[in-house]
Write a protein of this length. Structure first.
Length: 235
């Protein structure tokens, strides 16, 4: 059984499912300082993979995230759950799933009518560095045109809650400022997707900080992480 979650139904017409776990599902942070917490998180990941096998997604791709722009393409067969070093995005061709961990950063889900799926973990560094455009260009290079794709921007910190310093604001927007400003990462990602030709995009309304009773938030003081996952049963 899949863990407690917020389902994202926008891809279901293509046989693709997506969700973000909630606080009730527990902490999935494999990088926690406490060894016991890491062990519990690993058990949750194993249970998640087993649940995905049960719904027709036998492969689960994840990575040790580094707030970068590297996107991995999983087009060769692999078995089970893999966790690769140093990446923040995945594209899975064929039956399988991809997942990232989040607390305030944006999980950006991508799906093509063929059943090919992708997901990126986009914090301010990923947004400034262009991780979503990188993933979308890879979709195109692999033969899945972005104008046929749908992008969904999942639960993350909202623009009202996300204040950044002058240097971060300038890197994200290109505008100079003399004081801290609020930034809507989902809005910036939507603009990036639109500029690349994505006509279909949507966004969740949940904010990890505003809805902190249900979701982990780094800005609210949480060390826990939820999982954002997208999967397809495409052969």
């Amino acid at each position: 059984m899949l863990p407690p979650r917020l389902d994202i139904p926008v891809f279901e017409r293509w046989g693709v499912r997506a969700f973000t776990t909630t606080r009730a599902a527990g902490d999935f942070n494999l990088s926690a300082a406490d060894e016991a917490i890491r062990a519990q998180a690993r058990e949750r990941w194993i249970a998640l993979h087993q649940a995905l096998v049960g719904v027709g997604a036998p492969r689960l791709a994840s990575a040790l995230q580094v707030h970068g722009t590297k996107v991995l393409v999983h087009d060769a067969p692999f078995d089970g759950w893999v966790r690769i070093e140093g990446a923040d995005g995945h594209i899975v061709i064929g039956a399988g799933a991809a997942a990232v961990t989040i607390a305030d950063c944006v999980p950006a889900f991508v799906a093509h009518p063929s059943g090919t799926v992708g997901i990126v973990h986009a914090g301010w560094r990923g947004v400034a560095g262009g991780i979503l455009p990188q993933a979308l260009r890879l979709f195109s290079q692999l033969g899945f045109p972005v104008d046929e794709c749908h992008v969904h921007l999942g639960p993350s910190i909202c623009g009202r809650c996300y204040e950044v310093g002058t240097d971060v604001y300038e890197q994200l927007t290109g505008w100079e400022t003399k004081r801290p400003r609020h930034v809507d990462l989902r809005a910036l990602l939507a603009e990036q997707a639109s500029q690349l030709g994505v006509a279909r995009w949507s966004a969740s309304g949940e904010c990890t900080k505003c809805d902190n009773g249900d979701l982990f938030s780094h800005r609210a003081g949480d060390a826990g992480r939820q999982v954002a996952c997208i999967y397809s049963g495409a052969a």
